[in-house]
Design a protein around this ligand. Structure first.
Ligand code: AMP
Length: 441
């Protein structure tokens, strides 16, 4: 199946060809016709599946046929949980739309608001935003949604985890009730379904990354080690294996700073990326990592979420995540787009419960490989896959939500009846990619 049969017009097809994409990914195959058809969408897909193009391409196609945005109005609103993801989605919109006479911009906090207000003045076809800054701009009358056609919620699960539910409900209350809604989420928990109920109408449902599975191209293993020896073990692993591009996850911001300092003292070029860092510092650290000037990027879960770094060979869980599902998100950073990667977790005895939760979730006991000189004094108990009920993964507390603006019934904004359900499962997608360096979209 090629892109040419999906209903996209020549300028977009040309751009796709320029990007070197030969064929649509499974999510693109299903989402593009559904979105063009005017349907609402609920898609379970992680980064790495081609989900950004899956919504961006048909959106650009739809926009190219309509009237340009009027002053201060936005025609499409894409909400993302983090600044990094917002910037990456905006870059994709710009890339895919470069042959079209459309405008797009991105707004997020941590940078000056005035330049953003100026950009919005003339109206914008595609606005990518994080919720907090969008509300600020709305409250200052910088943006209006009278002509909004499409709302996209990207990484909805993370939005809820980060406590954005009230902001999202508020934003939805400003939007016209007749609109198309596209919701993307790595997982579909009960909370997400509740949010969806008030947002999407009779959606086409797509699932391309079966919940709770990990990419088969990632070699996963654990190193049992005492807590105190983790920094030294990491340093040794980096040196012995000559790892030169590693994303390391720590549980806390302080942990990330401490580890970064330790690695730097050991002669390794490292940088930390987390919520306490300014936007400029985060952008710089990521750029330096991509350029190879920084060898080790130490990140907390929230900061790393959505980073588009192609073909990252190595991910290290310096601490296991508290929420087992974050393990899947973390290791989704490597082995992406079909390349193989390694994900190693340094596990201390007091993390056994977290390890068990992860192994239950991925339905797999992780291979253990001790490193000489780092065998733990505090022994990590043997894993076994226990019944799920015996050990439920911990979830962060989330706010309860009701229906938001239970908007419409019947037909959607373009007057089409939404298509029927289209549930399909597929594994991780890309088989080969030739690009050898990391880059942002
Ligand atoms: P995403 O899941 O949106 O984060 O996309 C992951 C990566 O896949 C991005 O770097 C895209 O440039 C790339 N990509 C998207 N669609 C395709 C495609 N059809 N063929 C090859 N690569 C793609």
């Amino acid at each position: 199946m090629s892109f040419t049969t999906l209903g996209l017009s020549a300028p977009i097809l040309d751009t796709i060809a320029e990007q070197g994409y030969d064929k649509p990914s499974p999510i693109q195959l299903q989402a593009i016709p559904a979105v063009l058809n005017g349907s609402d969408l609920m898609a379970a897909a992680q980064t790495g599946t081609g989900k950004t193009a899956a919504f961006t391409l048909p959106i650009l196609e739809i926009l190219s046929k309509g009237q340009r945005a009027q002053a201060n109005q936005a025609r499409v609103l894409i909400l993302t949980p983090t600044r990094e993801l917002a910037a990456q989605v905006a870059a994709s919109v710009e890339t895919y739309g470069k042959k079209l006479p459309l405008t797009s911009t991105v707004v997020f906090g941590g940078v000056k608001i005035n330049p953003q207000m100026i950009k919005l003045r003339r109206g914008i076809d595609v606005l990518v935003a994080t919720p907090g800054r969008l509300l600020d701009l709305y409250n200052q009358n910088a943006v209006r949604f009278k002509h909004l056609e499409i709302l996209v919620l990207d990484e909805a699960d993370r939005m809820l985890d980060m406590g954005f539910i009230h902001d999202i409900r508020k934003i939805i209350s400003f939007l016209p009730k007749q609109r198309q809604n596209l919701m993307f989420s790595a997982t579909f928990s009960d909370e997400i379904r509740k949010l969806a109920k008030g947002m999407v109408y009779n959606p086409v449902e797509i699932s391309v990354s079966p919940r709770n599975t990990t990419a088969s191209t990632v070699k996963q293993w654990i190193c049992p080690v005492d807590k105190k020896k983790k920094p030294a073990l990491l340093l040794q692993l980096i040196v012995d294996n000559q790892w030169d591009q590693v994303l390391v996850f720590t549980k806390t911001k302080h942990g990330a700073n401490r580890l970064t300092r330790y690695l730097e003292e050991g002669g390794i070029r490292a940088a930390a990326i987390h919520g306490n860092k300014s936007q400029a510092a985060r952008t710089k650290a990521l750029a330096n990592f991509k350029k190879g000037m920084v060898q080790i990027l130490v990140a907390t879960d929230i900061a790393a979420r959505g980073l588009d770094i192609d073909q990252l060979p190595q991910v290290v869980n310096f601490d296991l995540p508290n929420v087992a599902e974050d393990y899947i998100h973390r290791i989704g950073r490597t082995g992406r787009a079909g390349s193989t990667g390694q994900a190693v977790s340094l596990v201390a005895a007091d993390e056994f419960k977290l390890l068990s939760d992860i192994e239950m979730l991925i339905k797999q006991i992780l291979v253990r490989e001790s490193v000489d000189g780092f065998e733990p004094v505090h022994v990590l108990p043997q894993s076994r896959l226990r019944p799920v009920r015996a050990n439920k993964p911990k979830k962060p507390k989330r706010s309860k939500i009701g229906h938001t603006d239970g908007q419409r019934s019947g037909e959607n904004s373009r007057g089409h009846k939404p298509a029927g359900k289209n549930k399909k499962q597929a594994g991780s997608y890309y088989k080969t990619r030739n690009k050898s360096s990391v880059r942002s979209r």
